[in-house]
Design a protein around this ligand. Structure first.
Ligand code: AMP
Ligand code: ZN
Length: 468
């Protein structure tokens, strides 16, 4: 029985979807105005684990993710520039051009991390009509008002607006001010923004209220309702979404339908660097592609993510990534040495499944993997169990070839790897160990590793994904 922490109740609850075995799950996807970094990707690996765990529990999961390609402003208070238009300017491309470029980069990063593609991906610009219709419904029910700037949602008309965030409205008011002319209350938010009079936007649409574009929160309500109807089982996002984005999604969805919008809210904690959130603005970020260029297997990054519970902040360092890489390589070597997998009932297999069902406790699940490896069970049975675990872990363990079959599986060492090994040997002879280490990273990038033992020749061995 799966238990999951629900932000709405602040409790770990039994997971009970509305219509089992169906699970309707919606995730807030990336805003594609710039590169996705490994902070973003921590959150999407979180989704991937959740989906895999749901499937393990026999659920038939439909998971939808949106791509925000319009409407997200630099400030969550409906002011500032449009992130997409600003990004396009910075990169000297059209808005549609950067949307395509960064969506591709996002999915490339996802694939490198073994994140399974969502059942459906919905782009905000593809559903403008649905968004306009939703504003019309809200207008019809008296939840909206017009300002010079756009159509706004009146949050005082929606009872218990802060239900998810549990914020105190008075506290919110202190230290903040309403920056938009005509906006009645601090928490009111834009449903539809008018295009500026003084310049032409690249993305704008006609609407009953004039030319403009949808507010950011609107897309998630409109698209999830289009796909799933009024009620979702699970909605996920980063913790930054609790106070504004998800709070507003609830208000506009429930005001429109009169039904509960989401049963379980799941939020992922930050990836930090030196104690600060990894982010574009602080320039303290790395992309998955950069991690690969530095010679790491992206699956080592996935392993690293799994070492911290999703609700805990995690500080990223290269030392930790290096250690995760070593642990992953060791896991693959141990598995290869267990030989051919043989299905057999193992009592301690249960520890792994208990951990994943206990609010996705992946650190505990990884500990259970190592416990099993170190146990005295039959090696073949251990191998079979670990391969089953990997349906959830997603560490490519199914590509590990048992030691005794290594001879049959011909592994060609590419000539680039030989060149790098030679280069590294020269650098080591010159005492340039730091540079030699950098070359070793490059060798690892090809899925190989090199080792020097005293009085022995340097060896080159396959590591990583396909080769062991
Ligand atoms: P954005 O593209 O800015 O809309 O962000 C996409 C998702 O990534 C959101 O759910 C954010 O909460 C999440 N996110 C952004 N930065 C980080 C970070 N450093 N650690 C974890 N999640 C993040
Ligand atoms: Zn959203």
């Amino acid at each position: 029985m799966l238990k999951i922490y629900n932000t709405l109740t602040r409790k770990v609850e039994k997971f009970e979807p509305l219509n089992p075995p169906e699970v309707k799950m919606y995730s807030c996807g990336p805003t594609v105005y710039d590169f996705s970094h490994i902070g973003h990707m921590r959150r999407y690996v979180g989704d991937d684990i959740l989906v895999r765990v749901l499937k393990y529990n026999g659920y038939n999961v439909k998971n939808v993710m949106n791509i925000t390609d319009v409407g997200h402003l630099t400030s969550d208070q409906d002011t500032g520039e449009d992130k997409m238009e600003k990004g396009a300017e910075e990169y000297g491309m059209s808005v549609w051009g950067i949307a395509k470029k960064f969506e591709e980069q996002f999915f490339q990063s996802s694939e490198s991390l073994n994140i399974q593609k969502p059942s459906k991906v919905m782009k905000a610009t593809g559903y403008i009509k649905d968004q306009i219709e939703l504003v019309e419904i809200l207008e019809g029910k008296g939840f909206t008002y017009e300002t010079e700037d756009g159509i706004y949602f009146d949050t005082t008309k929606f009872p218990n607006y802060n239900r998810l965030s549990k914020q105190n409205v008075e506290d919110q008011k202190a230290g903040a001010r309403v920056e938009i002319k005509g906006k009645k209350h601090l928490t009111d938010f834009a449903l539809w923004k008018f295009s500026p009079i003084d310049h032409k936007r690249q993305m704008e649409w006609d609407s009953p209220w004039g030319k403009g574009f949808p507010g950011w929160h609107l897309e998630c309500s409109a698209m999830s309702m289009r796909e799933f109807g009024p009620t979702l089982d699970i909605h996920t996002g980063g913790i930054d979404h609790i106070n504004i984005h998800h709070t507003n999604e609830i208000a506009q969805s429930e005001a429109a339908t009169g039904k509960e919008f989401v049963r379980y809210w799941v939020h992922y904690a930050w990836l930090l660097v030196n104690g600060k959130k990894m982010s574009k603005s602080l320039k303290n970020f790395y992309t998955v592609q950069e991690i690969i260029e530095k010679g790491y297997d992206p699956i080592a990054l996935r392993y690293l993510y799994l070492q911290t519970h999703y609700r805990q902040e995690m500080n990223f360092t290269f030392e930790a990534l290096e250690a995760a890489q070593t642990a992953l390589n060791r896991l693959k070597t141990e598995l290869a040495q267990l030989g051919e997998p043989k299905e057999e009932f193992l009592e301690n297999e249960g520890n792994f499944y208990d951990a994943i069902n206990e609010d996705l406790n992946m650190p505990k699940a990884l500990a259970a993997v190592w416990e099993l490896i170190n146990s005295k069970e039959n090696p073949g049975a251990k191998a079979a169990a670990i391969l089953k675990f990997d349906k959830i872990l997603g560490l490519d363990l199914d590509k590990v070839v048992p030691i005794e079959r290594r001879e049959e599986v011909k592994i060609e060492i590419p000539k680039e790897v030989f060149e790098l090994v030679k280069k590294r040997a020269v650098l080591r002879n010159q005492g340039k160990y730091h540079l030699a280490d950098q070359v070793r990273h490059k060798i690892r990038k090809f899925g190989f590793d090199t080792e020097d033992k005293e009085d022995e020749e340097t060896t080159v061995k396959p590591i990583g994904k396909k080769e062991l």
